[in-house]
Write a protein that binds this ligand. Structure first.
Ligand code: ADP
Ligand code: MG
Length: 503
């Protein structure tokens, strides 16, 4: 008998087995195994504190594992892992803080090893600049490599960090929560870069909380929980709800909150709304106390639609009515005056932390002006904000503490409290759990429920189907700029809804 030829198994760029790490008696990792195949995009998923960063630090020699661990680079066992050995094997990490040097130029940051390695005089600056430009071009970026890094925004700095990794001839690049401070369009761009690098044969290990992203970008996902390996799964056919269950160890015993609202008057009525290249012929109604979920794949046009209802993107055709009156929204300021609030998917730019995005420069200052001018006095404002902070159970340290000291969930509550102080009829919550740990999300939805009970009309946008399934009265599915279906969570299973959205 002739033996069938087996295709050769690719040699993992990296494999580890029985890795355990303790910190002062606390086990951060227990007997974890992990492997990365050449050119694959793999996600490392797990709740906060599950051990993802610790695992990366073991792989790169920052932390030493307990005796018994086996680690191999490209199939060759490594006795003692060190940062230098990892780098020599082509293992690179883009840390969350990027580990760049703000005062140095872009070119120096990318060529940092040449700068640190050689005597300063022997660094060929021209060659370094040329190399930096070439590496950035590989990422589709073109910016002044002589400018100091501090003049660049976070998304651009991230590209610099990736270029620096490529300068080291990377075989695998770990990205530790790279999208947590990016806007949606910056995230889309990063995911595109990940695909490009993978196509060039570089393996990417992507750490993220965002389930939609994980399922979108990776072919396999390794799940950690409480420092233990839950398993390695193909993302083919994997659903968000299943992945959440694997990460949290909790099954969805949640029940759907959808209910009927007999006699509730329409608050928002959108009819035939279109905007070239963004969305077409959108009609929807949200009634008093109603939560309407809007879901779909990334890039379906949800945020553009939301920005139009919030007066920031002018539609070409169609009408927006609030409490029966047609609105002609020329700016977000008009929308806020009419009683429409918008909580951006990019909470970090809502004037809370990062001083750079559009939302920061437009939304919050307008809100502040409206709060302090005419509408309500600043004393009243403070009382209102204080009331909502209490109502929403926001855990603050000292009132003077920086917002950045709050957890993602609490930052989100502060942002919501600020809106509520204005007095709203409709609030648009665009991906309110982005950056909020899976375990802390329930708290956000308790707030949503409270807002609905107060009579607000709520448009809840999320790319995580279970979120809209469990928390909305009705779910709209948007694809290619159109609303293609409306579902009642009481008459469809979560599984079927996920299958419809991810078909
Ligand atoms: P993740 O990246 O998944 O959020 P980490 O790897 O950072 O998780 O943390 C795993 C566990 O190890 C957590 O309980 C964390 O508190 C603990 N831990 C991480 N680094 C240290 C450290 N340097 N000292 C003490 N405990 C740590
Ligand atoms: Mg981490």
């Amino acid at each position: 008998m002739i033996m069938a030829m087996q295709p050769a198994e690719p040699v993992p760029v990296l494999s580890l087995d029985t890795v355990s790490v303790t910190f002062g008696g606390v086990r951060a990792l227990h007997n974890v195994s992990f492997e990365v195949l050449p050119g694959e995009v793999q996600c490392l998923a797990g709740e906060n504190g599950s051990g993802k960063s610790t695992l990366i630090k073991v792989i790169t020699g920052v932390y030493q594992p307990l005796a018994g661990a086996r680690i191999a680079y490209a199939g060759r066992p490594v006795e003692t892992v060190s940062p230098a050995a990892a780098r020599a094997a082509g293992i690179e990490v883009i840390w969350q803080d990027l580990a760049l040097f703000p005062e140095m130029t872009v070119a120096e940051n990318i060529g940092i090893r040449a700068v640190l390695g050689g005597l300063p005089r022997r660094v060929n600056h021209r060659a370094m600049r040329g190399a930096a430009q070439t590496l950035l071009a590989r990422l589709g970026a073109d910016f002044d490599v002589d400018a100091p890094l501090r003049s660049f925004a976070i998304a651009q700095r991230q590209l610099v960090a990736i270029a620096r990794a490529l300068a080291g001839d990377a075989k695998v690049i770990f990205m530790d929560e790279p999208t947590s401070s990016l806007t949606q369009s910056e995230t889309d761009r990063l995911l595109e870069i990940v695909r490009t690098l993978s196509a060039q044969g570089i393996a990417i290990v992507f750490v993220s909380h965002r389930l939609a992203e994980v399922l979108d970008i990776s072919s396999r996902v390794t799940v950690l929980r409480d420092g233990k390996l839950v398993g390695v799964y193909s993302t083919e056919g994997m659903t968000q709800s299943h992945l959440t269950e694997l990460m949290t160890g909790k099954t969805f015993d949640q029940s759907v909150r959808a209910r009927d609202l007999p006699g509730a008057p329409a608050v928002l009525e959108v009819a035939g709304l279109s905007r070239e290249d963004d969305y077409q012929d959108v009609s929807l109604t949200i009634r008093r106390g109603e939560t309407v979920g809007l879901t779909g794949l990334l890039g379906a046009g949800r945020t553009e639609l939301a920005l139009s209802i919030f007066g920031m993107l002018r539609p070409d055709r169609g009408t927006i009515k609030l409490d029966g009156a047609v609105l002609d929204l020329r700016s977000n300021r008009d929308a806020i005056r009419a009683g429409i609030g918008y909580l951006s998917e990019d909470r970090l730019s809502l004037g809370l932390i990062q001083p750079q995005s559009i939302a920061d420069n437009t939304v919050m200052p307008v809100l502040d002006r409206i709060l302090t001018r005419g509408l309500i006095s600043s004393r009243k404002k403070q009382l209102l904000v204080a009331r909502w902070i209490e109502e929403l159970a926001i855990k603050l340290g000292q009132p003077t503490d920086a917002i950045s000291t709050l957890s993602g969930g609490n930052q989100q509550r502060v942002a919501i409290a600020k809106w509520l102080a204005v007095g709203l009829k409709l609030i648009i919550l665009d991906s309110p759990t982005v950056g909020v740990d899976v375990g802390a999300r329930a708290g956000i939805f308790e707030i949503v429920e409270k807002l609905a009970a107060e009579g607000l009309a709520i448009l809840l946008i999320s790319d995580e189907v279970p979120e809209v399934y469990f928390n909305a009265d009705s779910v709209l599915h948007m694809a290619g700029g159109r609303i293609i279906a409306q579902y009642d969570p009481r008459t469809i299973s979560l599984h079927d809804l996920e299958a419809a959205v991810y078909a």
